[in-house]
Design a protein around this ligand. Structure first.
Ligand SMILES: NC(=O)c1ccc[n+]([C@@H]2O[C@H](COP(=O)([O-])OP(=O)(O)OC[C@H]3O[C@@H](n4cnc5c(N)ncnc54)[C@H](OP(=O)(O)O)[C@@H]3O)[C@@H](O)[C@H]2O)c1
Length: 303
């Protein structure tokens, strides 16, 4: 009988990747959960791959629990809304609700997208990371059958959070404060197959944390790869400092500056080879991903 998996954040990057991977496999039956006011095209993408779409209120434990009744497993990722000054409290509240709903429903396996606690490790708060580490503790307190996945920076951030700055029609600068330290990265779509492996092999992955990565590259290398595939457009590392990044006019600037500071100081032990050998042999390198997305990247940068 097909395994029923409830996927939260299903219209988003990670949840969407998990839905698509599970929907391709007849051994799974997917319940994709949204908050109900999601963009129509995103919901349509879910229904067109044969997925049942449910709505629920993340502020209500009973509402979350309803989407889990009869489910064999679930994928949970919590969202940081940087436009809300209290985004961390908000995420923690929702995370606690998820943990309580999972416990009340008796779901037999939970895969949660966690992060490391930058505050406990080096005393600085990247709130989107600290919240997830704290929520991991909520899940642990409920004694749930857990697996955790640590996901690094997506290549897809080049379309939004880390979009290169346009200098003129032919030149762009990457403002990512990593100096010459390589950044661990991943194609978020590749997370889907990893989640599927975890759900298929519950016993093997119970109480484990998977650190997954597709590449480890410097900002200079990112710029060189973009320049190679998007020529004659040229990309360079702007070599922005953490202090400068912190003062950028984005609601996430301070948290991201703290996150990059953390990445500069703490090796998170992501291992590309290990990920390929043990979790997904088809993990894309940054170069693979750029090659597959040349037209989309051109269109985005020329907007
Ligand atoms: N960007 C990265 O490189 C990266 C790497 C690792 C981890 N993460 C973490 O991943 C988390 C988000 O995952 P994602 O990238 O899959 O998300 P995403 O693509 O930004 O989508 C988030 C989904 O969450 C739902 N959502 C819940 N509360 C929301 C709110 N208050 N405002 C807007 N949408 C909300 C939305 O679904 P509905 O509208 O359908 O309800 C949306 O589709 C973030 O908190 C981030 O910290 C990001």
């Amino acid at each position: 009988m097909a395994k029923v998996v409830t996927v939260f954040g299903a219209t988003g990057h990670q949840g969407g990747a998990v839905v698509r991977a599970l929907a391709r496999d007849p051994n799974f039956k997917v319940r994709a959960v949204t908050r109900g006011d999601s963009q129509c095209d995103k919901v349509q993408n879910l229904t067109s791959c044969g997925t049942e779409v449910l709505t629920c209120n993340f502020n209500d434990v009973t509402s979350i629990k309803q989407t889990l009744i009869g489910a064999d497993a679930c994928f949970v990722v919590t969202y940081t809304d940087f436009s809300n000054a209290d985004c961390m409290d908000e995420e923690l509240k929702i995370g606690r609700n998820f943990a309580k709903a999972c416990a009340a429903s008796g779901v037999k396996h939970v895969l949660y997208g966690t992060q490391l606690n930058t505050l406990n490790i080096i005393g600085i708060a990247a709130r989107h990371l600290v919240a997830k580490a704290q929520i991991q503790e909520y899940f642990m307190e409920e004694n749930l059958p857990m697996t955790y996945i640590l996901v690094p920076c997506y290549y897809e951030n080049l379309f939004d959070y880390l979009k290169p700055e346009k200098i003129d029609n032919k030149s762009f600068r990457l403002a990512i404060p990593m100096g010459t330290t390589p950044l661990d990265m991943v194609c978020v779509e590749d997370i889907g197959e990893i989640a599927k492996l975890v759900f298929k092999n519950k016993e093997k992955f119970l109480n484990k944390t998977l650190s997954v990565a597709g590449d480890k590259i410097t900002i200079k290398e990112i710029a060189a790869t973009l320049s190679r595939y998007l020529a004659p457009t040229n990309f360079k590392d702007r070599q922005i400092t953490l202090t400068e990044y912190r003062s950028l006019p984005y609601p996430w600037a301070k948290d991201f500056a703290n996150m990059f500071d953390f990445f500069l100081r703490v090796d998170q032990r992501y291992n590309v080879q290990y990920t390929k050998q043990n979790y997904n042999p088809k993990m894309q390198t940054f170069s693979d991903w750029v090659q597959a997305n040349v037209e989309k990247l051109r269109q985005e940068f020329n907007k």
